[in-house]
Design a protein around this ligand. Structure first.
Ligand code: CP
Ligand code: NVA
Length: 306
């Protein structure tokens, strides 16, 4: 069997490979009919141990639009929930389906599934990262600005799975990025150090700061995410700690005048983002959500086309 590839982390691909997938996503969006039978007769197993609106629906609709079918497997559907191993699950699923998409908590479960599966595995979000979302984000940025290189992104919020993938996406697509989080909520120092080295190698800049003004100043793209991710607690205290880190009109006025606002959704209006911003003129959130469909079709095509 030819060696299969998985889609677990944006850093597993070259910048050219990722850019090629985004160009394909844009082509598929313009002309979906041309790809109607690209994955004819193929089945994608979709394992979810966390909730999802966009990821579930875009994968299921996406594989259908490519001529295949999606098989939704919720948290309690598989014997995995009764203790069957990741290894056996991977080997058994590989005998039935042509690809596996998984959204779950531990990133190691996804890498384990990929290691023991003979079909491609796609990461639909873990506690560590969310690469599919950032493919849609990069597609959206390319559509809005006509390019990704040379732009400046500011991510304002919790150091979480979106932070990791946005930083990786920026370095792969040629953007500088500043990450603004309150003290105590910045992603691990080890990851900060690694990302700084990786960005330098690719000729981009990544910086981490607690200062909103320093991070947002002159940005072309302002992004945020929920302050409390799936599986996290710490509600009331966290809301207090983040109070000065909301994306509001004052933050948008620090950015470039043509800046766009992005959010992977689901959003919490008047927590991480003011309603006036997310529902305002600079917001591109629904184009971004739609692009999950096109970007995911391009990822599946790349991995599963025989
Ligand atoms: N952005 C995103 O992944 O949305 P869902 O959680 O609804 O899939
Ligand atoms: N950080 C969020 C992203 C949701 C798409 C979470 O993990 O809940």
């Amino acid at each position: 069997m030819a060696s299969k590839r998985d889609f677990l982390n944006l850093l597993d691909y070259t910048p050219d490979e990722l850019k090629g997938m985004i160009d394909l996503a844009i082509a598929m969006k313009k002309n979906p009919e041309e790809y109607r039978e690209a994955l004819k007769g193929q089945t994608l197993a979709m394992i979810f141990t966390k909730n999802s609106t966009r990821t579930r629906i875009s994968f299921q609709t996406g594989i259908y639009q490519l001529g295949g079918q999606g098989l939704f497997l919720g948290a309690n559907d598989l014997q995995l929930s009764r203790g069957e191993s990741i290894e056996d699950t991977a080997k058994v699923l590989s005998r039935f389906v042509d690809g596996i998409m998984i959204r779950t908590h531990a990133h190691s479960d996804v890498t384990g599934l990929a290691e023991h599966s003979s079909v491609p595995v796609i990461n639909g979000l873990t506690d560590y990262n969310h690469p599919c979302q950032v493919m849609a984000d990069m597609q959206t940025i390319k559509e809005k600005f006509g390019k990704t290189e040379g732009l400046k992104m500011c991510y304002l919020g919790d150091g979480n799975n979106m932070t990791v993938s946005l930083v990786n996406g920026c370095m792969q697509f040629g953007l500088d990025v500043s990450v603004v989080s309150p003290k105590g909520y910045v992603i691990d120092q080890k990851y900060q150090d690694e990302s700084t080295v990786n960005a330098t190698e690719r000729g981009t800049k990544v910086s981490y700061t607690n200062s909103v003004e320093e991070g947002a100043s002159g940005a072309d793209i302002i992004v945020t995410d929920t302050w409390i991710s799936m599986g996290q607690d710490g509600g009331e205290q966290k809301l207090k700690d983040f109070a000065a880190y909301q994306v509001n009109d004052a933050v948008m006025s620090m950015a470039d005048k043509d800046a766009i606002f992005m959010h992977c959704l689901p959003a919490h209006r008047d927590e991480e983002v003011a309603a006036s911003v997310i529902d305002g003129k600079q917001s591109v959130i629904f184009d971004e959500a739609e692009n999950r469909l096109h970007a995911q079709k391009a990822v599946m095509y790349n991995l599963m086309k025989k």
